[in-house]
Design a binder for this molecule. Structure first.
Ligand code: MN
Length: 341
C-alpha cells in the first residue's frame, strides 16, 4: 500500500450542541420542520444504533481513534455536525461556533497526526462568519470552514454572504458545503414520504445550492474559491451536459431576468471550483464516473463517520480498479492539497 487514508467529511458534536438542540425542540420552536423531524428523532430515539452514533459524535479522543485504527483511517478532517449552528438566532450561533471551534482545535492539538478540523461559522451574521473563519484558520490552525447548506432558507448565492467567500479565497482554504434538511419552502413533498434526510432530500437541496452558486455568477467574482461537496457532488456531475445545454438556451432566450450570463459553462465551474468526496457513496460505478468527468485530482475520500461508519466500505475503495497512483490521490494527495494539511 502506497497511501494513507484521509477521511474528509467526519462529524463531531460537543454535548453543549445537543443540549441547545434539545432546548430548542422543547421550547416548541418549529420554524424548520426538517430539523425538528431529524433532530427530534436523534434526541429521543431509544435505538442502540442511534445511541452509538451520539456517543461517537461526542468523542474526540480514544473511541474515535480506536475506530480509525480498526478501519485503517490515518487522519480525519472533522467538522461540527449538521446543521451546526445554522439553526440558532445569530448571537447564539456566533458564540456556539467559537466554542465548538475552540474544542475542535484543542483535540487537533492533542492528536495532530490523526485529526484536522474545519471551522464552524454562522452565516446568519456574515461579517462574524468571515471573522471566525479567519480566526479558525490563522489562530486555531483549522483548514477551512463547513457550511451546512441553506441558512434559514437562504443560499450563499445571495451577495450578502459573499464576504465569507472573500475570506475563504483570501485565506486559500476551502468551504465544505455539507447537506442539511431542505428548508420549509421545499420540504413538504419530501417529508410526506420520509425522503427529507440523507436518503435523498439532503442531496437535492445541496445540489440545488451548488447550482445556485454556479449560475449566480458568484464564481466569476471569486475565481479562486474552493468548494468541497460530499456524496460525489450531490448528483450534479451526472447532470452537467443537460445543465450546460439548457443554461445556454435560457441565456439566449433572455427568459428570466435572474439568469445571468456567465464567463464559462456551468460545468466548467463545477470542474474548476468544486471538489467532491465519496462520503456515503462507497460504490464503484459512481466513484469511477466522478473521476472520469471531474478528473482524478478532484475526487477525495470520505467516510461520513459516525453516521455511516461501515468498516467494510473501506474495502470498496481499496478495491477500486484504478491505478495505485490514482488511489493515492483519492485517499491522500488530493486531501493534502485541497486542505493544505
Ligand atoms: Mn456528513
Amino acid at each position: 500500500m502506497t497511501y494513507v487514508r484521509i477521511a474528509t467529511e467526519e462529524a463531531f458534536a460537543p454535548p453543549e450542541l445537543f443540549q441547545r438542540y434539545r432546548a430548542l425542540l422543547d421550547s416548541g420552536w418549529n420554524a424548520d420542520p426538517g430539523f425538528c423531524s431529524l433532530m427530534g428523532f436523534y434526541l429521543t430515539s431509544q435505538s442502540p444504533r442511534i445511541a452509538e452514533v451520539a456517543a461517537r459524535l461526542q468523542d474526540l479522543g480514544e473511541l474515535r481513534l480506536r475506530d480509525m485504527d480498526e478501519t485503517g483511517i490515518a487522519k480525519q478532517i472533522i467538522s461540527l455536525t449538521a446543521p451546526g449552528v445554522q439553526i440558532f438566532d445569530s448571537p447564539t450561533a456566533v458564540d456556539l461556533a467559537r466554542s465548538a471551534n475552540d474544542q475542535l482545535a484543542e483535540a487537533v492539538r492533542k492528536h495532530p497526526e490523526r485529526f484536522a478540523g474545519l471551522a464552524a461559522i454562522a452565516p446568519q451574521n456574515p461579517p462574524a462568519a468571515a471573522q471566525e473563519l479567519e480566526r479558525g484558520v490563522r489562530q486555531l490552525g483549522l483548514k477551512g470552514a463547513i457550511i451546512n447548506s441553506h441558512t434559514g432558507g437562504e443560499y450563499l448565492d445571495d451577495p450578502k454572504f459573499w464576504e465569507i467567500f472573500e475570506a475563504a479565497e483570501a485565506l486559500d482554504v476551502p468551504i465544505y458545503l455539507h447537506p442539511t434538511s431542505p428548508p420549509p419552502a421545499m420540504i413538504g413533498p419530501f417529508i410526506e414520504r420520509g425522503l427529507d434526510g440523507a436518503i435523498f432530500g439532503f442531496a437535492v437541496e445541496t445540489g440545488l445550492h451548488m447550482l445556485r452558486i454556479i449560475v449566480s455568477g458568484a464564481l466569476d467574482r471569486f475565481p479562486n474559491l474552493k468548494i468541497v461537496a460530499g456524496h460525489l457532488g450531490e448528483a450534479l456531475p451526472y447532470w452537467m451536459f443537460r445543465i450546460d445545454f439548457m443554461h445556454s438556451r435560457m441565456v439566449a432566450a433572455n427568459r428570466y431576468a435572474s439568469v445571468n450570463k456567465l464567463m464559462r459553462k456551468p460545468s466548467e465551474y463545477l470542474r474548476e471550483t468544486f471538489y467532491v468526496t465519496t462520503s456515503g457513496m462507497a460504490w464503484e460505478p459512481p466513484i469511477l464516473y466522478a473521476q472520469s468527468v471531474l478528473g482524478v485530482d478532484r475526487v477525495l475520500y470520505a467516510m461520513d463517520y459516525p453516521y455511516q461508519f461501515v468498516p467494510e466500505e473501506v474495502k470498496v475503495t481499496d478495491d477500486l480498479p484504478i491505478p495505485e497512483a490514482d488511489k493515492q490521490k483519492l485517499y491522500q494527495l488530493n486531501a493534502e492539497r485541497v486542505f493544505r494539511l
